[in-house]
Structure formats: structure tokens, C-alpha cells
Write a protein that binds this ligand. Sequence first.
Ligand SMILES: Nc1ncnc2c1ncn2[C@@H]1O[C@H](COP(=O)(O)OP(=O)(O)OP(=O)(O)O)[C@@H](O)[C@H]1O
Length: 265
Amino acid sequence: MTKPFLKIEHVDKSFSRGAMTNEVLKDVSLDVAEGEFISIIGHSGCGKSTLLNIVAGLTKATKGVVFLQDKVVDEPGPDRAVVFQNHSLLPWLTCYENVALAVDKVFGRSKTKAERHDWTMHKLKLVHMEHAKDRRPAEISGGMKQRIGIARALAMQPKVLLLDEPFGALDALTRTHLQDQVMQIQAELKNTVLMITHDVDEAVLLSDRIVMMTNGPSARIGEVLDVPLARPRNRLELVSDRAYIAARAAVLKFLYERHRFVEAA
Ligand SMILES: Nc1ncnc2c1ncn2[C@@H]1O[C@H](COP(=O)(O)OP(=O)(O)OP(=O)(O)O)[C@@H](O)[C@H]1O
């Protein structure tokens, strides 16, 4: 691999409460190339969100470092945009204003007002939401809210897009549409993406590599699977593709045979 764009180096994370310490992550290291789409999959509670939050700069690692283009990540910044499972739009602003707010914050000095407007509209078009630009979050569906959240994240032109189960709260059909849109956007913008998912098919469909985490406590990266499928990818054609079936089976085997989830007693 060429020099990593994003580097997670020997990260440990423990949470302490009084005398109790919960070691969530143990020695997690990962190199991500520019433009790569990585999914992180693992059973509930293993520490996926904790890892994403460390990359976002929202949580501090107990040990280890994250580098983005050789710069240590130690606080949140516009170079790392996060999209959460439940949208975090401002309810009193329209869809346009929610995206424009981020654009003004990041490009207030470097782009003119007209350029910022065009930029905002371009991102709304990318997620096919320009028709609803004047509606408020309460007036649109859950899938539409997520699309605005994605538009807002893309509008910041982040170096890394961090997606924490972005489609987790959506129905299966909406989810399918959004996955296809994310693939199209990725083809156009070539973002570097780190996405948490519980959905094996979603991971295989979207990713260049799938990072599989062992169960916690002290979760670590158990395996990293390359997904050798050409792009653009078509979900219907992939159903009978041998490489797709093999990748899917490898992830399922990891999750349900080798690292089966055992509910704490
Ligand atoms: N701020 C915090 N303080 C204390 N413990 C925390 C904190 N954040 C996370 N944890 C603990 O860290 C562990 C991992 O949580 P995390 O949310 O990262 O898991 P996850 O893999 O993303 O789970 P899920 O798939 O269910 O969303 C859990 O035991 C959780 O209780």
C-alpha cells in the first residue's frame, strides 16, 4: 500500500467509573488509503462507535494515536465529517439551510456567497433532495433526513467521511436506495469513508475492505477482508457473483462461527 492517508496506530480505549475499568478496545491498528471505502463490522457493544469517535476526535484514545495525513487527530474538525444513525438536523432550519450552515462555516471566507449557494445546491442534488430544499426536517421522511445529513457532511468536503450506521434506522427499501446513492456519490467524489454497519450485505456491496472486530471487552481487529469486486457494482448482478458470495460467507463465518456473540449473563 502507498503511504496511508489515515492511520490508526495501536489504539487502546478504556472507560473508568470509580474503581471499575472497562477496556473496550485493545491495540487497534489500521491503515486506510485515500479514496478507500472501509466498513467496520462486529457484534453489538464491541466498540465500533468508540473507534469511530476516536477518529472523529470526539473521544480520546487511552493509548495510541490516529494520524490523518501525518497530522495527529486530537479534536473534532471539518476534515472529518460524521453522519450518525439518527439524523442531527436542526429542526428550525430548512433542508437547504441545514446544509448551507455547514458550507458557510467551512467556506465562509474562501468562497463567495454565490459559490456557496452553488456548492450547497450541488450537494443537495447529489442526494436527490433539491426538490425538498425548502422543507423542514419534521416535514420529510427518515430516509430523506439521512440524505440531508449526508449532503451536509459532503458539503464540508471532509478528508474522511465517518458513517455510524447511517442506514440503521431505515426500512429495507429506503436503505437500498440510499446504499445505491452512496455508491454513486463515492464514484463521483472518491471520498475516503469509514462506515460502521451491522449489515453483511451492505458491507460487501459498498466496501473495498471490511474490518471485522472481535467481541469485547478488549476488542481488536480480528480480520480484514478485501472485497475484490469491480465498480460500479450492481446489487442484482452480484447476487450470483462468486466473489460476492465468498466475501459474504467469510464475514458471516467470522461473526457467527468464530466470534459468535454471547449475551452477558
Ligand atoms: N462514554 C462512555 N462511557 C462509558 N462507557 C462507554 C462509553 N461509550 C461507550 N462505552 C462502552 O463501550 C463499549 C462499546 O460501546 P460502542 O458504542 O463503541 O459499541 P458498538 O460496537 O458501537 O455497539 P453497537 O453496535 O451496539 O452500536 C460498551 O460496553 C459501552 O458501554
